[in-house]
Design a protein around this ligand. Structure first.
Ligand SMILES: *Cc1c(COP(=O)(O)O)cnc(C)c1O
Length: 245
């Protein structure tokens, strides 16, 4: 991480933002008694031009998040091969073919049929796709993910699917600006994650190590509650024209 800070190109506005978010993650980690290297930053680039993604890449950012399968498919060939992409939006069955690829991590698995479809493409293509299971922590109808009480069931139904590797949980915090609400939800997610991690290890899934939570407005709180992946969009790229979620 220090290497990236030292060598990154901070000439562009987006580049400066990447470095500043990295510093904030670092501080939040240290304040929480955690190793900053245990937290990955996904720069959420939905609706953003390829040129802005290049600015972030030139500042050392290697990992980007997209919400729409076709947008992801269209951007991948325009950008460097060593970028790692995270699919973080709701995924329909007929779009799985665009995202079941070597350099893509699918964070938004909400049901068995999508997991099976990803596994099918992965096997055909001779790869294993890492996935997270999405939990709907806020209870909002508009958000994807399974209710927390169904996560055990979802895990049981996908853990043996070939071609995928279940690596942890993902959630979107509520849009509430009340810090206490966020703390409650992230703290709940941390407990749920630790419970599932133990269960996963007992089933031999030793790669179940990731907890993806925290966005521009709340990633520091998420880090305090054990997030290993934070997904930051507008604080890096600026406001989006369309509302992305
Ligand atoms: C858009 C989006 C983000 C990033 O949101 P910002 O508030 O712009 O940081 C993170 N996660 C998901 C699932 C998103 O859809």
């Amino acid at each position: 991480m220090i290497g990236l800070l030292a060598t990154g190109n901070s000439e562009s506005r987006v580049g400066i933002n990447v470095l500043s978010i990295r510093n904030r993650i670092r501080e939040a980690a240290i304040n929480a008694g955690r190793n900053p290297d245990d937290i990955s930053l996904v720069a959420v680039s939905k609706f953003m031009d390829v040129s802005l993604i290049k600015d972030a890449y030139n500042a050392g950012q290697m990992c980007f998040g997209e919400n729409y399968a076709q947008e992801l498919r269209d951007k991948i060939p325009l950008l460097p091969d060593n970028i790692r992409w995270h699919m973080i939006g709701p995924l329909q069955r007929n779009k799985v073919k665009y995202v079941a690829r070597e350099n893509v991590f699918v964070e938004s698995v909400c049901d068995e049929s999508i997991a099976a479809e990803i596994g099918k493409y992965a096997l055909n293509r001779g790869i294993t796709v890492p996935v997270l299971l999405q939990v709907n922590i806020s209870g909002e109808q508009s958000k994807s993910g399974v209710p927390p009480e169904n996560i055990d069931f979802l895990f049981d139904s996908v853990k043996d699917i070939k071609g995928i590797d279940v690596r942890g949980l993902m959630t979107i915090g509520s849009p509430s600006e009340d810090i206490r609400v966020k703390e409650e939800q992230f703290s709940y997610m941390q407990k749920l994650f630790l419970h599932m991690k133990e269960k996963a290890y007992n089933c031999g899934c030793t790669g179940f190590n990731e907890l993806s939570m925290g966005m521009s407005s709340d990633f520091e709180i998420a880090v305090a509650y054990g997030a290993t992946i934070v997904r930051v969009g507008s604080a890096i790229f600026g406001e989006r024209r369309k509302n992305g979620i």
